[in-house]
Design a protein around this ligand. Structure first.
Ligand code: ADP
Ligand code: MG
Length: 211
């Protein structure tokens, strides 16, 4: 039988993201100081602190409700590009997960909707040196693993590996979106902060669905 993803799993996922952001906030800010304005870790920490508070209390009937609340909170608390981008992705993903238990296929549909929302808002394409360069490979790996009959744990773990590969692949890229694009060729040789936080998001998912 297919492994299901419920509101408790979604809560575990989002709390694991918050913990990873907390742990790596200084690193994210350091990466952003090389090619941006040195606030990515600060932005993400502020956002996920608020998310933890927002998730503490209400009862969530579906995983989608958890993700929509996460996205709405990120949008209203994070300044900078990453807040609205992550916020719209979580909201769009959540809107696909409207039953108490969702299958890996449904979760994939949510991840795809999140990527579409992020791209609609940010208009970034693969290779532009953004969080998209971690997100899209992760979604592709997720799709491939699900179609190949992997368990949800194996699938999420493959997605996290692909996100980390995508994160590393941003190093030689020249930024064409966001603040880093102001540097032009001087953005080359630096890992993108948003792709780095996105890799944390997928690693946290892999942890959350581990049996
Ligand atoms: P800001 O750039 O406003 O200071 P952050 O530092 O929090 O915001 O986030 C920077 C990250 O946001 C970048 O590393 C990049 O991954 C991502 N980003 C910026 N602009 C875009 C965009 N148009 N589309 C997708 N991602 C983007
Ligand atoms: Mg910044």
């Amino acid at each position: 039988m297919d492994t299901l993803f419920d509101s408790d799993t979604a809560l575990t996922w989002v709390r694991a993201i918050a913990a990873a952001i907390e742990r790596d906030a200084d690193h994210l800010t350091q990466l952003d100081s090389a090619i941006g304005d040195a606030d990515h870790g600060i932005n993400m920490r502020r956002g996920f602190d608020a998310v933890l508070a927002a998730l503490d209390g209400p009862d969530f009937g579906t995983p989608g409700e958890v993700l929509v609340k996460t996205g709405t909170t990120l949008m209203s608390t994070v300044g900078g590009a990453a807040g609205p981008l992550y916020g719209s992705a979580f909201r769009a993903a959540g809107k696909q997960l409207t039953t108490p238990d969702v299958t890996a296929d449904r979760l994939l549909a949510g991840l795809r909707a999140g990527a579409e929302a992020l791209q609609r808002l940010g208009v970034a394409r693969p290779g532009d040196k953004t969080m998209i360069d971690a997100y899209l490979p992760a979604v592709d790996a997720f799709a491939k693993a699900t179609e190949g009959g992997s368990t949800l744990a194996e699938t999420a773990s493959a997605a996290a590996d692909a996100a980390e590969e995508g994160m590393h692949a941003t190093i030689p890229m020249i930024a064409r979106k966001g603040r880093a694009s102001y540097l032009g060729p001087r953005s080359e040789g630096h890992q993108d902060p948003g792709a780095t936080s996105m890799a944390l998001v997928f690693r946290a998912l892999a942890q959350a669905v581990r049996p």
